[in-house]
Structures are given as structure tokens and as C-alpha cells.
Design a protein around this ligand. Structure first.
Ligand SMILES: C[S@@+](CC[C@H](N)C(=O)[O-])C[C@H]1O[C@@H](n2cnc3c(N)ncnc32)[C@H](O)[C@@H]1O
Length: 209
């Protein structure tokens, strides 16, 4: 799969280490450039995932963990459908500082490649949009996502098409399917950043415990 030049200053596929990724996003947040770029590029990840999520999730009171929430674009979209109980987690303090006030109940600076400091079954649903990409969060995070999500809760995510096989997301998802850890409700190629010719797999799964 060709590596596409999407990113701020340096192409995103060149990122390897967590420190590099954190610095990259902290700088991208300056002068609100991240949000402006997402508008200019017509980044549709948050909108597309929210549209699929609300097809299956009718209870608006649920508590949602937004893994890699960035500036809160997923919360902005889900709020349009009446959801309001969001807990955001991200590596970049700069982006967390840009989340609109009062949109999220709680915001934590977290490295999602490590154990998540939340109790088992803490959330009714989990969203992870734009965060499974080059040098970012790796497949074992899916085990943690399942652990902190309640039985029958929904997990909705995108995976940049360029890393789906290279990083072993395909195998990890197969394994979770076979082990009956979740049930696949949706899995398809979404637009994502079509303006840059970058698409992403969009998955929606129901946790089975
Ligand atoms: C493309 S942005 C997506 C942000 C937001 N979900 C959206 O759709 O606009 C990827 C996000 O993943 C975060 N990220 C990258 N590596 C991370 C890690 N190891 N732990 C937590 N967040 C991480 C970045 O800081 C950034 O906010």
C-alpha cells in the first residue's frame, strides 16, 4: 500500500515513536491549525463513524469513551444526535486544551499503547477515530478497549488503510472475531480523507463478555 502524504509539516507515515507523535500533534494544535486543516481537507472520519454508531445506539444517556479524542471532533458530531456524556483521552495536551468547554465530562492525557487507567466495564460505548494510523496506537489497544467497555457495548473505530495489514490489525480483528470477544456489526472502507486519496476501514463491534 503506497504511503500517502497526509500530515502537518512532515508526512504522518514518517512518525515512529510516541514522543514524536505527541510533539507533532502539540505543534499541529497551534493557532487551531489541526481543526482548520480537517475542515480544509474535508476529513469525514468523525461524521462517518457517528452516522454508523447512531444506527445501532438509541440510548442517548450512555457514557462514551473517546479514545484519541484530539480536539473533540467526535464529541461535536455525536452531540448533534443528542449524546452528551463523553470521556476523552489523548496523548496531546495541546489538542485536549482545544476541546470546546463543557463538551466532555472528563479529559485525560493518556498513552493508549499502555494499560488504560480505567476499571473493567466502565463505559457503555467507545469511539476511536483517526487514531489507528502510522506510528499511533497499535492493535493490542483493542483488548483494552474491550476490557473497559461493558457487555453489549459498542466499539466503533477507523483504521487507516495504509496500516491495516502492515500493523496486524487484520489479524487482531480476526482473532477477536474467532474468540467471540465481540460481534461484527459493520466493517467497510469509508471515505475518511478522500480529498487526499486516503481511506480508512470503519468497524463497529458489539462487545461480548
Ligand atoms: C488524526 S488525530 C484524530 C483525533 C480525533 N479523534 C479526530 O477524529 O479528529 C489522532 C489522535 O491520536 C492521538 N494519539 C496518537 N498516539 C496516541 C497514543 N499513543 N495515545 C493516545 N492518543 C494518541 C493524537 O494525539 C491525535 O489527537
Amino acid at each position: 500500500m503506497a504511503q500517502k502524504d497526509v500530515g502537518n509539516k512532515v508526512p504522518i507515515y514518517k512518525l515512529k515513536k510516541t514522543d514524536e507523535v505527541m510533539k507533532y500533534y502539540d505543534e499541529w494544535g497551534e493557532d487551531n491549525k489541526y481543526d482548520q486543516d480537517m475542515v480544509d481537507w474535508n476529513y469525514t472520519g468523525p461524521k462517518e463513524t457517528s452516522e454508523i454508531f447512531v444506527k445501532y445506539q438509541t440510548d442517548k444517556e450512555i457514557k462514551i469513551y473517546d479514545a484519541g479524542c484530539g480536539t473533540g471532533l467526535v464529541g461535536v458530531e455525536l452531540k448533534k444526535y443528542g449524546f452528551s456524556n463523553f470521556h476523552g483521552a489523548d496523548l496531546s495536551q495541546k489538542l485536549l486544551d482545544l476541546v470546546p468547554e463543557d463538551l466532555y465530562q472528563k479529559l485525560d492525557k493518556v498513552d493508549l499503547n499502555k494499560e488504560i487507567n480505567e476499571k473493567d466495564n466502565s463505559f457503555d460505548a467507545l469511539m476511536c477515530v483517526g487514531t489507528f494510523t502510522f506510528g499511533h496506537v497499535k492493535p493490542p489497544a483493542l483488548d483494552e478497549f474491550i476490557r473497559i467497555t461493558k457487555n453489549k457495548g459498542l466499539i466503533c473505530f477507523t483504521i487507516n488503510e495504509g496500516i491495516h495489514e502492515e500493523y496486524g490489525f487484520d489479524k487482531k480483528i480476526d482473532q477477536l472475531n474467532k474468540e467471540n470477544k465481540w460481534k461484527e456489526l459493520e466493517f467497510f472502507k469509508s471515505n475518511y480523507i478522500a480529498s487526499k486519496d486516503v481511506n480508512a476501514w470503519l468497524g463497529l463491534y458489539e462487545v461480548n463478555k
